[in-house]
Write a protein of this length. Structure first.
Lengths: 151, 741
């Protein structure tokens, strides 16, 4: 049994220790945020927070999070409602297909956690390793700026 | 999401609250549609009940054949239905792209959801409203004249009311559209023209299940296929025994040269597929021209058909003072969806293969899969479920087919298949490489007298189209299916030659397509089809001609651009950019380009300022502006999103992307070997959207990509004097051109 915290709750899973965290989160623990994009840590669609730091869950073995705290997209919600950053994404309609969105929000949340008022260049730089194919980049930047400016 | 996958038609109808009360069919049943001149999709599906269900629980079920590809079509179509029916949008439930339930609206593609799907749905809703007015008139004993509708409540002229929910007691909507119902006046619209937030975003932004990738049916197994090393390979030998002995492996599947595995866990499927790939021995052929050789190959390849799509011979006019020629190249481009294509399939006890797929063409793909499986079409049930954005015919249909092949091997069990990144990159049907040659005879002032454009291209359409041979794996089966020879679509949409006819009025104008059906690399519809390459050529060449004439590129275009809407868009873009007050700085330059998509759809102009590094050839986009006319905008923010996204995607294609391949196989297999644009390379884009209330809704998803490519090339020319005629404009290539100049 592997034990860790998922979105604030204690969880135990009985899975091979080298299973990618992404697959355990989605297939065993039935979360729906992190997405499989490349399995190579190249696109960022699978980004989750481990003890607050953004990590590519596709290449993280589940045993690496034992005793630690994992946050996925639904874990950002506050009392069942979208968090300020999630609400900013909704308000800015900051997506097209939305497949990369989970990774974008997790990455942006990590940025805001260490710098609550990032500038536009700082946001672009922080998100540069997260790929979007629909061309929603500027909407994502505007969503993060909205939170930055409210801070 | 945990309900069993196999759902019967009967069950769905019951669960939707459908009231099965008999209702006499009107006498004109079966004939009205042909006579009525109905909008396209409604003519094919004239029964009102195939579009709308009014439910006793005060909700409306909207049935649409168009699907959500990430562009907001479902929300926009619901806006239209809500306004025309006169029911608040919150009351709508949408079933889209279910082959057992939705009207067959063909493929969701070609920017057709709004211009074709919109009017069809709107007319169906208008007809339904008139049926309801008629029922209210009978119930209240009041005339239809003067009736008003608000959120399903009809108020007659005398103030009496009746609601949709009480008027529909059975099959009242099982009547055919007559084409006679009149749309409500625009002044009564509550939703059309407003930026209604997308229905799907709250789930996507809070991690609720919405994608096919999120589905977790009970007992789900994980499947993967093993592709050959190259297109032309055949399987020589493989021993499945050791693979089936691996942990968690439920089944290893071989059918001819098709190989796959099914396992209990996703990582077990990946490990087994990896081992299976290593265990398989293949016969490999080296027959490809390579990415640097593809343009020579195109010019020398056997031409299946020379198609003259325009030949306006000049009548009179002046002497040709000078002839100017150029040749433009576009490489193969990928759809390159961020999520590799995925499907979940399950073979039910009733013999029905149920497939959750993000295909654009659920109806025809369902037929193609039935042919591949050797079963009746009624034994394949495709249900559209959202996936990653597709941008055309990517591997969604192949994933549906492969999931079905694997699910057939484990009857009763749901099997999820998501390709690896390398499989998606190497096996998807790309946007075809193209060569475009332009030639213009100009007069002494540099004005065009004779315009000549020739296109060399492989096909842009190999969608399933109901044929198993268009499904990738079907070619590798023990009993293989041959791929049908693709055609080249004709007017008005065209295909390789989409936008091959310049939207300018020249005295002489000739366009010829050299259509090549041999396909060194697998190809199919990628956003804009040939329009991306053709507009790149046309809008670069007109810039070259403007420069040769010593004219301003905007003013020069306006000499030949006669459509007032086109002139408005071009001048609005120039104004937004600040064209007339532009101050040129060293190593910086500006460029502009325009196109009307398909020459009848949305109009877009794009302008950039770029800075070019003479040291390393790197292009930095420092400023961007655009103007668009998408007709009557249903959702202004939706249009904005499409134009902005189209510009950014095309910046990526134009500056960075080229499918690399050698004489054997595709070498672009991940995001390092096929890089795409990133946040730091994109400026904010100023945009002017011109609304045209009452005009046709025009789809906007493919309108900006063509102009973007040429506007970049034109800006680089203005900055450096170097004319880039081959996409992509990589730093290496730009540096080489700068060094030559």
């Amino acid at each position: 049994m592997l034990n860790f915290k998922l979105n604030g709750a204690d969880v135990s899973v009985d899975v091979p220790t080298d299973s990618p965290l992404l697959f355990v989160l989605n297939n065993d623990l039935k979360t729906h945020g992190a997405k499989f994009g490349c399995g190579l840590s190249q696109c960022g669609a699978c980004t989750v927070l481990i003890d607050g730091e953004p990590v590519r869950s596709c290449q993280t073995p589940v045993q690496a999070v034992v005793g630690r705290s994992v946050t996925t997209l639904s874990g950002l919600m506050e009392e069942g409602k979208p968090s300020p950053l999630q609400q900013a994404f909704i308000d800015e309609q900051a997506a097209q297909c939305g497949y990369c969105t989970s990774g974008m929000i997790m990455m942006a949340q990590a940025l805001l956690d260490r710098n609550p008022t990032p500038s536009e260049p700082e946001i672009r730089s922080a998100l540069s390793a997260n790929l979007c194919r629909c061309g929603s980049h500027n909407r994502v930047v505007r969503a993060v700026l909205r939170v930055s400016q409210a801070a | 999401m945990n309900a069993p996958l196999s759902v019967t038609r009967r069950g769905l109808l019951q669960s939707a609250g459908f009231l099965a009360v008999s209702f006499a069919l009107p006498p004109h049943f079966g004939f009205a549609a042909e006579e009525a001149g109905l909008p396209g999709d409604l003519k094919a599906n004239p029964m009102l009940s195939s579009w709308l269900r009014i439910n006793a629980d005060q909700r409306v079920t909207l049935l649409i054949g168009k699907v959500e590809l990430g562009q907001g079509a479902v929300t926009a179509l619901t806006q239209i239905a809500a306004d025309e029916l006169g029911v608040n949008i919150e009351r709508f439930d949408v079933i889209s792209g279910d082959t057992f339930q939705s009207p067959d609206q063909g493929t969701t593609a070609g920017s057709q959801s709004m211009p074709n799907g919109g009017p069809a749905l709107q007319q169906a809703a208008a007809e339904a409203r008139e049926v309801l007015y008629g029922l209210a008139a009978a119930k209240l004993g009041q005339p239809v004249e003067g009736m008003k509708i608000d959120d399903g409540v009809i108020t007659a002229a005398n103030g009496q009311t009746a609601t949709y929910w009480e008027l529909i007691t059975g099959k009242e909507l099982e009547v055919e559209a007559t084409g006679k119902a009149v749309r409500r006046p625009i002044s009564e619209y509550k939703y059309i023209g407003k930026s209604i937030p997308r229905f799907d975003f709250p789930a996507k932004m809070t991690g609720q299940p919405i994608f096919v990738q999120d589905m977790q049916p009970e007992g789900l197994l994980f499947g993967l296929v093993v592709r050959p090393p190259t297109y032309q390979s055949t399987l020589a030998e493989v021993d499945l025994g050791p693979i089936e002995a691996m942990p968690g492996v439920v089944k290893a599947v071989r059918d001819g040269s098709f190989l796959g595995v099914v396992a209990e866990r996703e990582e077990q499927a990946l490990a087994a597929a990896d081992a299976l790939g290593k265990a398989a021995k293949w016969n490999v052929e080296s027959v490809l021209p390579g990415n640097d050789g593809i343009f020579d190959w195109l010019l020398q390849a056997p031409i299946a058909k020379d198609i003259e799509i325009k030949n306006d011979v000049r009548q009179g006019g002046g002497e040709v003072a000078k002839t100017i020629e150029a040749e433009y190249h576009r490489p193969y481009h990928m759809h390159a969806s961020i999520g590799p294509s995925t499907a979940i399939a399950q073979l039910g006890d009733d013999g029905v293969m149920t497939i959750h797929t993000h295909s654009q063409s659920v109806f025809e793909t369902s037929e193609a899969i039935a042919e591949m499986l050797g079963v009746e079409p009624s034994k394949v049930h495709c249900i559209h479920t959202q996936g990653s954005g597709c941008y055309g015919h990517n591997m969604a249909d192949d994933a549906a087919a492969d999931a079905a092949l694997l699910a057939r091997a484990v009857p009763g069990k749901p099997v999820k298949l998501q390709y690896t990144r390398a499989q998606e990159h190497q096996w998807e049907p790309y946007g075809s490489a193209m060569v475009i040659r332009t030639k213009a005879g100009v007069d002494a002032e540099g004005n065009v007298l004779d315009w000549d454009l020739q296109i060399w291209s492989t096909p842009h359409g190999t969608r399933p189209g109901g044929k198993a041979g268009n499904l990738l794996s079907a070619k590798y089966l023990e009993k293989p299916f041959e791929q049908p020879t693709p055609g080249n679509g004709g007017a008005p949409n065209y295909s390789a030659d989409r936008n091959g006819i310049a939207y300018y009025e020249f005295p002489g104008h000739k366009v010829m397509t050299h259509f090549i059906t041999e396909m060194p690399l697998r190809v199919s519809s990628t956003r804009g089809l040939g329009a991306y390459g053709n507009v790149f050529a046309i809008e670069s060449f007109i810039d070259e001609l403007a420069h040769a004439a010593g004219a301003d590129p905007v003013e020069y275009r306006l000499r030949f651009l006669k459509d007032p809407r086109a002139r408005d868009v071009l001048t609005a873009c120039a104004a937004k950019f600040g064209w007339d007050s532009y101050q040129k700085q060293n190593n910086r330059g500006r460029g502009i380009a325009f196109a009307r998509y398909k020459n009848y759809a949305a109009l877009t102009a794009v302008a950039f300022e770029v800075e070019v590094s003479r040291r390393n050839g790197r292009i930095r986009v420092t400023k961007a502006a655009a103007a668009n006319d998408s007709g009557h905008m249903v959702s202004p923010d939706g249009v904005h999103n499409q134009i902005e996204g189209g510009i950014i995607q095309s910046m990526s294609w134009t500056l960075k992307e080229e499918v690399k391949f050698d004489n054997t196989a595709v070498l672009s297999r991940d995001w390092t070997s096929y890089p795409i644009i990133t946040f730091s390379e994109i400026p904010m884009i100023e945009m002017e959207l011109i609304d045209r209330p009452g005009e046709t809704y025009l789809g906007s998803g493919e309108s900006a990509q063509g102009p973007t490519s040429a506007a970049l090339a034109n800006a680089v020319f203005d900055a450096t004097g170097v004319r880039l005629r081959r996409v992509p404009f990589t730093p290496e290539r730009v540096k080489a051109e700068l060094d030559k100049a």
